[in-house]
Design a protein around this ligand. Sequence first.
Ligand SMILES: Cc1ncc(COP(=O)(O)O)c(C=O)c1O
Length: 434
Amino acid sequence: MSVKSDLDRLVKKEAFSLHMPGHKGLRLKNDTTELSMTDNILNPKAGIKELENAIAHIYDAKKAYLGTNGSTGLLMSSLLYAGKGEKIVLPRGSHQSIYKGLIDNGQEPIYIKNKIDKLGIARPVKAADYLTHMGKVKAAIFTNPTYEGYMEDYAILKPFLKEKVSILDGAHGSHLYYICNQVNNWMSLQVHSFHKTLGAMNQAAIILSNLDEDIREYANFFQTSSPSFPIILSIEDTVREMMSVKIDKKLQDIEWLKKEINNIKGFSIIENDDPLKLLITIDRNIKVEDVVGWLEENKGVFFELSTEKYILGLLSFYDSMGNYEWLVRSLKAVSKQFKMKEKADFEGETEENSYIPEMKMLPGEAFLSEKKEVDLRKSKGMVSGVLYSPYPPGSPLIAPGEIIDDYVIEKILTSKFDYTGCRGIKDNGIFVIK
Ligand SMILES: Cc1ncc(COP(=O)(O)O)c(C=O)c1O
């Protein structure tokens, strides 16, 4: 029994569908719904249940639940499980989906500052930084690995988390189990995107649970009632495909790629903990955006993210050696084109802690309060009504309930990041509490 065999049987059999979706198989045959021959993600008993059991087994968890609303939906489910109105400790650099959970549940955040390194990258919070807060909170949130591929082992916190809900945002870490590098899989709830570093379709995610109770109702809470079978099938395909990936060979190829890039004039690989996150700096006399633009235009090479100081590439087990050779050739070409000479030098650049504006109201309370739009330049001292997250990576600059100050105004006005979905920001307006 598998999702694939259910769908194959159905596609062969079904001649006229009098059910949703309305495209009736014309767009994609597998895009069907819950029928007698298919399982139901909200209450799985057949193929989907088997897939969840297999994932729980592979990831060494008590239970696994699938989701088709990304890690976003399942992180919000985890926050819901932590309980309405509770105190939650979390890194300030957490993803916006966690803030959405805090807002939805009227929870009180206790933030830990991330260290921002010389490249402007938020590093993972240290285990010791959680300790002083443990007495006060119901739940603790951890992000591991970070977007840029830095990791932290939180095992020393185990005894302090016995009576708490520990939630791992492992959106970028689903592959770590396959390279035996997942160090935090003891936490109560762990959320992974299957579409980021593994091979499933966008929105595919899982939540792993080490709790004795069944948390299906929570896992289902933000789950659409029209889940995508192609997404579910892509999770099953990924699990099967991972069995035949020669991980050691893939890791060797990645090592080769990094060594080659380091040998190109003007390019350096920055060390991090996740082999799939390619962090690159370039000759500081050349603008990163010019190099990235040239590579897109002339070589068809597109990166995950670039800032003024670095480029982030996402590798995957689905890359081929041919892809890596292409990348090396392209970087050699761009190095020549821009006459690069030196490796980037970040001597003298300062490290700092993530900035946290003063909190006047709880995020949930502020989000639901009456708001008005004001000119960003005249908003100093007012209380933000909404969550403003530069994207990527989607960690908030200011949360609802926080006081807008000079730092925030300056950051928004000078930021090259996209504030997608932030009402008002594009026209230099900002929504504040009335
Ligand atoms: C750290 C982190 N957590 C959670 C998410 C949300 O993941 P998804 O896109 O699967 O909803 C992201 C997305 O970029 C992320 O970077």
